[in-house]
Design a binder for this molecule. Structure first.
Ligand code: NAP
Length: 247
């Protein structure tokens, strides 16, 4: 019987795979049989080590999106079938004081790099006549406003929109394009929130599941969206948030 969740024989590239959600996604994809290129501006040796220790296959690649076009040549390796755009940053300041640098840095990594990485990947798939899957990491702030994070919110609303336009254009080529909107997940990205007792309590009180998410909660959803079971799913933004948005 074929396994609708198997990624055997597929090659995936995950950005920001050295830590947090990206690390968990890389490990989940490898757990389903994918050969995973763990891309990071920092070394992904820990992620590769975890995957190999579990019997999987992975490699480490340096990729820094302070140049948002950094992935333009990566897909000349014409064997990559899955792209997960996970790398992302956040800057917090009152909108009235927000600087141009905090706007540009976040938009470059979270939105411009995502679009041009998707474009390079899709061009490679189309050249080969191959199918493929893209998963973009969005946010609750693809739907909500947040507070003191204007460039992050703009970028993540943008990621949701991009996911839909690319899904529409590339479905005829057999390329699915979906996004995951993680809720509040315990990673470096949310360390400041978890260290603020008032904000932390307010957040936890609103999560129906009654806990912060773990990076592995996102990993499983990403593996599903990349596999055969999800081949008719495209243009979706899947909330993985312990019920936050339902409340
Ligand atoms: P994280 O632990 O801070 O990881 C962010 C990742 O992005 C790291 O691998 C980081 O590399 C990488 N990155 C940052 N700037 C980069 C650049 N210029 N080039 C390449 N890679 C870069 O945070 P996380 O929570 O796992 O975040 C992963 C994704 O999930 C982000 O897109 C984030 O917006 C999204 N997200 C997170 C949450 C949450 O609650 N944690 C909620 C919604 C969405 P370094 O380690 O080298 O900095």
């Amino acid at each position: 019987m074929s396994d609708a969740f198997s990624l055997d024989g597929r090659k995936a590239l995950v950005t920001g795979a050295n830590t947090g959600i990206g690390q968990a996604i890389a490990m989940s994809l490898a757990g389903q049989g994918a050969d995973v290129i763990c891309a990071g501006r920092s070394a992904c040796a820990e992620t590769v080590g975890n995957i190999e220790a579990a019997g999987g296959t992975a490699s480490d690649l340096r990729l820094d999106f302070s140049d948002p076009m950094a992935a333009r040549e990566i897909f000349e390796d014409e064997s990559i079938d899955i792209l997960v755009n996970n790398a992302g940053i956040i800057r917090r300041a009152d909108s009235v004081d927000f600087t141009e640098a905090d706007w540009d840095d976040v938009i470059d990594v979270n939105l411009k790099a995502v679009f041009f990485s998707c474009q390079s990947f899709a061009r490679s798939l189309m050249r080969r006549g191959a199918d493929g899957a893209i998963v973009n990491i969005a946010s609750l702030l693809s739907f909500q406003g947040g507070i003191r994070v204007p460039s992050y919110t703009a970028s993540k609303h943008g990621v949701a929109g991009l996911t839909k336009v690319l899904a529409n254009e590339w479905a005829p080529h057999g390329i699915t394009v979906n996004a995951i909107a993680p809720g509040y997940i315990a990673t470096n990205n949310t360390a400041a929130l978890r260290e603020d007792p008032e904000r932390s309590k307010a957040i936890l009180d609103r999560i129906p599941a009654g806990r912060w998410g773990a990076p592995a909660d996102i990993g499983g959803a990403a593996a599903f969206l990349c596999g055969p079971a999800a081949r008719y799913i495209t243009g979706a933004v899947l909330n993985v948030d312990g019920g936050w948005l339902a409340r």
